[in-house]
Structures are given as structure tokens and as C-alpha cells.
Design a protein around this ligand. Structure first.
Ligand code: M6R
Length: 358
């Protein structure tokens, strides 16, 4: 069940009365507003028996991911016409610039690897708070993608406005319907995570990844950089994700057991290569934000260029090892850390236990 909403813009005044909202401009004239249906219900903003919102939202990931996939994956494949992105528009894209903050920026780092790898389109990822303070050189056929859960982050909104001011096409990946970024972008890809109450993002982050993967797969198809067979198999992979997430969530007790063992860690380093590095960035942010434990994320091969001097007894090093072709390389960096006294933890794909031998 949804709720009707009306949005107030800058320099407008709203008067709320029982069952009624009226809007005025600064001269006091009444403004007619369109009513928009918000599909979130009140129950979605309650804890529903979970100990806190973050735990509830972690468990909502399978549904959030499934809903987001289903919003664009149809029988014939991925469909962006509701977003307003036509095949013709996609063919024209010369390069992509992703601009976001925090976790949404980390999604952008993943997206860079995936879009470049699948669609052969050059991608640049930028921290929104830096974006507007330097000279920006755009290509006229560039696409600027703003990623934001709230759709209200000031730096991301400013970046969007700057890109639009320079006549560059913008696409927003946003969770909150009717938010400023959603209203102002040329095209909007809504993630269907529902309300995210916890400050630390979980389900919105996962759905942003889905949005970026669907863009990468569809761009690759339109640009002709993947075969039809590969296209279909990537979609199959996407569709299998909700069940895989559910399976991981069933391991909650085991994950909590692992965390409990490291409760006294003072410093944690996440290391990985490629997408595993992008995931490390988010893991490290969550560690700081939620556990108040100092943490850093490093591209595994970069650690030796100075920072390795901090690796000593009692430091926890978490190696993210989800890619077969990069597995051995990152393992060798982990071994180096162990020789300096670090305690190692490996994050590998399901059933891959070889890292436990380190
Ligand atoms: O609402 P936004 O996605 O624009 O917020 C950007 C960041 O503030 C946000 O991703 C933040 O890093 C996370 N909530 C941290 O968990």
C-alpha cells in the first residue's frame, strides 16, 4: 500500500493541517502541487522484532535486491525505457563520470571496474566533495552518474547541478523518491531498497551495486562488447543473487562467532585487488562507522609502499579474495603481513577454504 506525497521546493512554504498540505510561494500565493504516490508503507519504517534498524536492513537485502533487479530485468532482458535511457542514448555515450560520497562512492569504484570490463566505456569515479573545486573538462557525449541513497547529499547535488550547468547529461541512481537529486537529474534509476533508517547503509548500498551492474550489462549489449550468450548468463547470475544473499544471512551466527574473536582489534587493514579493493573500501568504512575500530583499506599491492611498517603483532588484516585470477597475488600480500605478526582473516567465495591454510 502506498502513500500520496507532495514535494516542497526551495523558496516555498508549506502549511500542514489535519489531512491537508497547502503550499505557497514567498509572496504568499498558493501553489498547485502534483501528488506523487510513494510506495513505502509505515511498517517498512519499523524494527519488526530486530534488535536495531541496521540488522533489520541487512536482512532486507534479498528483497531489496530482488525488487531492484525486477524493476529493470524483463522477459526479453534489461529494459531502461522507464528510466528514459534509450538504446540510441546509450550508443552515444563516450565516457562515464560517477560522482558520489561515502558508500555510494565505493559503489562507483566497483562500477568503474565492471563497466570498463564489460562495456569498454572509460569510467572515472569522483568524490563529490572534491568535484566542484577544480577545473572540470567534460566531453559533450559524456554521461554523469550521481549515486545517492537519500538524494539530498549537498556535495552530490552540487555536482549534479554543475554537470547540468555545463550541458552534460545526468543519470541519478537514487533511493528516495522525489528527493532533490531525483527531481533534478535528466534520468533517474530508482533503487527499490525501501526506507533506510540506519545511518550506516547496507541494503541501499547493495541495490546501488545492482543498478550499476545492470547498467554495465546493458551498455555492453548495446555497444556490442558481449555476446548474446554472455548477456543472458550475466542476467541469470543477477537473478540468482537474492537466494545467494539469503544463504549468507543464514550464516549469521558463524559470522558473529568470527567477529567476536576479533573484538579487541585496535587496527584493521582490509586488502584486495580490483573489485575486492572496492569492497575493502566499504568494509573498512563500516568497521570504523559501526565498531569504532580504526581501519584502512588498501589496494593489496600498495601496502608495501610504506604503510607495511604499521603491520605488527595484533593487527588484523582481512584479505578480500573473491576473484580467482587475483587470488594468489593477494594471498602473497597476506603472507607478507603474517610474517610481520598480523592476524589474518580471509573473505573468500562460498566453499573456497584454501585460505584457511595460511
Ligand atoms: O545519501 P547518500 O548516499 O548520498 O549518502 C552518501 C554518504 O553519506 C553515505 O553513503 C554514507 O557514507 C553511508 N551512510 C555510510 O554507511
Amino acid at each position: 500500500m502506498g502513500t500520496d506525497a507532495q514535494f516542497s521546493r526551495n523558496m516555498q512554504i508549506g502549511r500542514l493541517q489535519k489531512g491537508k498540505a497547502t503550499f505557497f510561494n514567498l509572496d504568499g500565493d498558493e501553489i498547485e502541487k502534483e501528488r506523487v504516490e510513494i510506495k513505502w508503507d509505515a511498517e517498512a519504517a519499523e524494527k519488526s522484532g530486530f534488535e536495531h534498524f541496521m540488522m533489520k536492513e541487512i536482512h532486507e537485502q534479498p528483497k531489496a535486491v530482488e525488487d531492484t533487479i525486477n524493476s529493470v530485468v524483463k522477459d526479453e532482458g534489461i529494459e531502461f525505457s522507464e528510466i528514459g535511457l534509450e538504446d540510441e542514448d546509450i550508443r552515444k555515450i563516450s565516457q562515464i563520470r560517477i560522482v558520489a560520497c561515502g558508500s555510494a562512492y565505493h559503489v562507483g569504484v566497483v562500477a568503474q571496474y565492471v563497466i570498463e570490463d564489460l562495456a569498454d566505456i572509460p569510467v572515472r569515479v569522483e568524490v563529490a566533495s572534491e568535484f566542484r573545486y577544480r577545473k572540470l573538462i567534460f566531453d559533450k557525449n559524456e554521461l554523469v552518474v550521481i549515486i545517492s541513497q537519500s538524494g539530498e547529499t549537498a556535495d552530490s547535488l552540487a555536482a549534479l547541478r554543475e554537470a547540468k550547468r555545463q550541458g552534460i547529461r545526468t543519470l541519478a541512481i537514487v533511493n528516495v523518491v522525489g528527493s532533490s537529486i531525483a527531481r533534478e537529474a535528466d534520468n533517474v534509476f530508482y533503487t527499490l531498497a525501501g526506507p533506510e533508517i540506519a545511518v550506516a547503509t547496507t541494503k541501499a548500498y547493495s541495490t546501488q551495486l545492482i543498478a550499476c551492474y545492470t547498467l554495465a550489462i546493458q551498455f555492453a549489449k548495446i555497444k556490442g562488447t558481449i555476446s548474446e550468450e554472455r548477456y543472458q548468463s550475466l542476467i541469470e547470475e543477477l537473478l540468482s543473487l537474492p537466494k545467494k544473499i539469503t544463504k549468507i544471512l543464514k550464516e549469521k551466527e558463524r559470522i558473529q562467532w568470527f567477529s567476536a574473536k576479533q573484538i579487541n582489534a585496535k587496527d584493521v587493514f582490509f586488502i584486495g585487488r580490483g573489485i575486492d579493493y572496492a569492497i575493502s573500501l566499504e568494509g573498512s568504512l563500516k568497521m570504523k562507522e559501526i565498531s569504532y575500530i580504526h581501519s584502512e583499506a588498501y589496494a593489496a599491492g600498495e601496502l608495501k609502499h610504506g604503510t607495511i611498517s604499521l603491520i605488527e603483532d595484533g593487527i588484523l588484516v582481512i584479505g578480500v579474495l573473491t576473484q580467482n585470477d587475483l587470488y594468489e597475488k593477494t594471498v602473497s600480500n597476506m603472507v607478507e603481513c603474517k610474517s610481520r605478526g598480523a592476524y589474518l582473516m580471509g573473505l573468500a567465495t562460498y566453499g573456497n577454504y584454501s585460505v584457511s591454510a595460511l
